[in-house]
Design a protein around this ligand. Structure first.
Ligand SMILES: Cc1ncc(COP(=O)(O)O)c(C=O)c1O
Length: 401
């Protein structure tokens, strides 16, 4: 690893922020104000209207920039708002984007159902294959957009490898780093141009907010993104920014425990007779284990697995767990269990899902901070119930949810 293995705890707690200059409040207050007094026409303290900027949001942006080792990040109302603003900032009609063939379903929907109307063409490529990426580059390619680890299969893409493929071109490399955050993976230090986060997940980490952020070193690009955000009106609210800033302070601690719990649960799942396959970068069986060690500080808190008996068996498991919560979202203190095919990745065409391993039987587990023995006991009880054909048939009704 080419960055400090101290999990950047000091930066997460203190980076980019300082006590409030007006009052000494240790935490930046929630500046719940729409507008700001001007001392004279055009003379102000840096803020004019909260769609353009807000001091609480700025504090979060400075803190995230400190962690990303960039100028202040640009924060948005959601992760999807961040991705949308980025694409609208850099793309023009007639241009082309290469996107990892496994990415969050909302990102697929944005490319397939929105951007295609603006004549932006997209190639979904297995970006773990550097030759495939090189072969997909066209004269009009403007961006390579990767997600690593990929949601939900956890396939990895070699960030430095892709950056090398793009040397000598003007193509920008974007990494959706939501699954790891800059604590566990530093896309910009590995050669990417833009690091993108849904702060809804690990950054805030308590299932309390939605938000997104973009970090980059190119000030001109950041300026353009801020202009698009102001125009679209998709800045984060001060309340959400404050909660996110508070969550950020415990991110290094939380991530270490998420990873420790996930490692233990993945190992347990892998030896369970009713589990067909476990995808977790920390397992010796993970095909890209070496890349994980090279590129990530730890394997992460997300696991994907398949239960023997296919989709219906998995659905029965999802319907039977008690401690694990059947819900969308990931990266929070509560363990959340998800059925990607009908939930997070329902927008991905069926043939793409089948080709890329997002089977109807795939279960995604966002391992939380409960005692891992309790999570295992819950999964054990649910797996023990996965056997009766009648129960499986009954549970199968939920697939249309
Ligand atoms: C990897 C990834 N990127 C982006 C997003 C979108 O974030 P948000 O839900 O905050 O809009 C998600 C949401 O699940 C995600 O998993």
């Amino acid at each position: 690893m080419n960055f400090s293995a101290d999990f950047c705890s000091t930066t997460a707690v203190r980076g980019g922020t300082s006590p409030d200059s007006a009052t000494g409040a240790v935490l930046t207050p929630i500046y719940q104000s729409t507008t700001y007094q001007q001392q004279a026409l055009g003379v102000h303290k840096g803020y004019t209207y909260s769609r353009s900027g807000n001091p609480t949001v700025s504090a979060l942006e400075s803190a995230l920039g400190a962690l990303e080792n960039t100028p202040p990040a640009v924060c948005f109302a959601t992760g999807m708002a961040a991705i949308s603003a980025l694409l609208l900032s850099v793309l023009k009609a007639g241009e082309h984007v290469i996107v990892s063939d496994v990415v969050y379903g909302g990102t697929v929907r944005l490319f397939r159902e929105v951007l295609e109307h603006f004549e932006v063409s997209v190639s979904f490529v297995d970006t773990s294959d550097l030759v495939a990426v090189r072969n997909a580059v066209q004269a009009n390619t403007k961006l390579v957009f990767i997600e690593t680890p990929a949601n939900p299969t956890l396939k990895l893409t070699d960030i430095a490898g892709i950056a090398k493929v793009l040397i000598g071109t003007k193509i920008k490399l974007v990494v959706d780093n939501t699954f790891l955050t800059p604590i566990l993976q530093r896309p910009l230090d590995l050669g990417a141009d833009i690091s993108l986060l849904s702060t809804t997940k690990y950054i805030e980490g308590h299932n309390s907010t939605v938000g997104g952020s973009i970090a980059a070193r190119d000030e001109t690009l950041l300026e353009r993104i801020r202009l698009v955000r102001k125009t679209l009106g998709t800045i984060q609210s001060p309340q959400e920014a404050w909660l996110t800033l508070r969550g950020l302070k415990t991110l290094p601690l939380r991530l270490q425990q998420h990873c420790a719990n996930a490692q233990r649960i993945a190992e347990w799942l892998e030896q369970h007779p009713k589990v067909a396959r476990v995808h977790y970068p920390g397992l010796p069986s993970f095909p890209q284990k070496e890349l994980c060690l090279r590129q990530q500080l730890l394997p992460g808190g997300m696991i994907a697995f398949e239960v023997k008996g296919g989709a219906q068996a998995s659905i029965q498991l999802l319907n039977t767990v008690r401690l694990c919560i059947l819900a969308e979202n990931l990266g929070a203190v509560e363990t959340l269990i998800t059925h990607p095919a009908s939930m997070s990745h329902a927008a991905v065409p069926v043939n793409t899902r089948e080709r890329t391993g997002i089977s109807d039987g795939l279960v995604r587990l966002s391992v939380g901070l409960e005692n891992p023995a309790d999570i295992i006991a819950d999964l054990e009880a649910a797996l023990n119930g996965v056997n009766s054909v009648e129960e499986v048939k009954e549970a199968g009704q939920c697939v249309t949810r």
